[in-house]
Design a binder for this molecule. Structure first.
Ligand code: ADP
Ligand code: MG
Length: 352
């Protein structure tokens, strides 16, 4: 639908690797003092801050993580950066640099890569990270993007997955399930389009959830907010695979249990109405949907007064002793075990 809107097609082989790299990367500006040398040499040079450095990588593969029939390349570039920054923020760190590696087949014209890099550039500018390197290679089939993000955090401010303690509050940012329901809408429209290419989709009822899918925002603002509120979470993780699998990660790595309250899970009205339309349970979507890139954290009860009035932070449960297990307390006040069903890349039987 959205691919190949650009009438111009310059073949990558016309350009050659070095010209291509130069063409795509000349726009990047260096802003951080810690970046001594960016793109252009065999390696970038960074000066170590008197802080801890965090490093994280994510790979996005066409056909597994994205479908170019409804994801505009500019959005894909932006999202690829967000996915990585989200992991940096989940350590309570500030992102400073990224590297971008791509494998691309010659079915992509230069103009397509320009779009991809426009999205990367926008994300890097808005989130203030320097693009300091990468690699460019060919692929026999689809597009692969691998981004590495580097960040810094004062040693005593790092937050790991492993610090949750019994009686801590379980807190989540924003609202959940939107990205997954946005994907359901886009996939439905793709099917309609296959049958009738003249049919232009009307997505006006779904703007919020489609945006959550196509243009997620990593929660840099939350790291700043926590600093302002003088709250250091006891543990934290970003929600890439769905609330239930992230809760399980936190609990296992902290050796604790949890009571999660169904009626406290934050849902946008558009998620609720779209779930009704698709006849799916909205709690199931919030638990298993994934790709929301919100932050899930535990905070000490002492810090409750500092966060309780904040609209960005919802208390959704309590940490318990490990022996109590991990449970969802439903609206009907029954207790059901929390199970991971969040990830479908390797297990096709899980996909809906
Ligand atoms: P080398 O052969 O030493 O790996 P390259 O020719 O691959 O060098 O890269 C030249 C410079 O361009 C390096 O600084 C590298 O980090 C950067 N670079 C290469 N590909 C990309 C890319 N896709 N995005 C950003 N920077 C890139
Ligand atoms: Mg290289």
């Amino acid at each position: 639908m959205l691919e190949d809107k650009n009438p111009q097609r310059t073949s990558l082989s016309e350009l050659g690797e070095f010209k291509l790299i130069e063409h795509l990367t000349h726009q990047f500006k260096i802003n951080h003092k810690s970046t001594i040398l960016g793109i252009g040499d065999d390696a970038a040079i960074l000066t170590p801050a008197k802080k801890s450095i965090v490093v994280t990588t994510d790979v996005l593969v066409e056909g597994v993580h994205f479908d170019l029939s409804y994801v505009p390349l500019k959005h894909l570039g932006y999202k690829a950066v967000m996915v990585n920054l989200s992991d940096v923020y989940a350590m309570n760190a500030t992102a400073t640099q990224i590297t971008v590696s791509i494998a691309v087949s010659n079915r992509f014209p230069l103009e397509a890569l320009e779009e991809l890099y426009a999205g990367i550039e926008t994300a890097a500018r808005i989130y203030n990270v320097d693009v300091v390197g990468g690699d460019t290679t060919s692929s026999t089939s689809g597009l692969i993007i691998s981004i590495t993000a580097i960040g810094e955090v004062e040693d005593d401010k790092v937050v790991k997955r492993s610090g949750a303690k019994p009686n801590d509050l379980l807190v989540v940012t924003g609202d959940l399930g939107g990205a997954y329901m946005g994907l359901q809408v886009l996939e439905r429209e793709k099917e309609v389009f296959k049958v009738n290419p003249q049919n232009q989709p009307d997505l006006s009822m779904y703007t919020y959830i489609v945006e959550r899918q196509l243009k997620p925002e990593a929660r840099k603002d939350i790291v700043e907010l926590l600093e302002q509120l003088e709250v250091k979470p006891t543990s934290m993780i970003d929600i890439s695979d769905g609330l239930s699998s992230e809760i399980i990660h936190l609990c296992k790595q902290s050796n604790v249990g949890v009571d999660l309250y169904e009626n406290k899970i934050p849902l946008d009205p558009q998620v609720i109405s779209t779930c009704e339309e698709f006849n799916i349970d909205s709690t199931t979507i919030a638990l298993n949907g994934g790709e929301d890139y919100e932050l899930l954290m535990t905070i000490s009860q002492e810090d409750y007064p500092k966060i309780k009035a904040n609209p960005n932070l919802s208390v959704i449960g309590y940490i318990t002793e490990a022996e109590r297990g991990m449970h969802l307390i439903t609206r009907a006040e029954t207790k059901v075990p929390i199970i991971a069903k969040g990830w479908k890349n390797f297990n096709e039987t899980d996909s809906e």
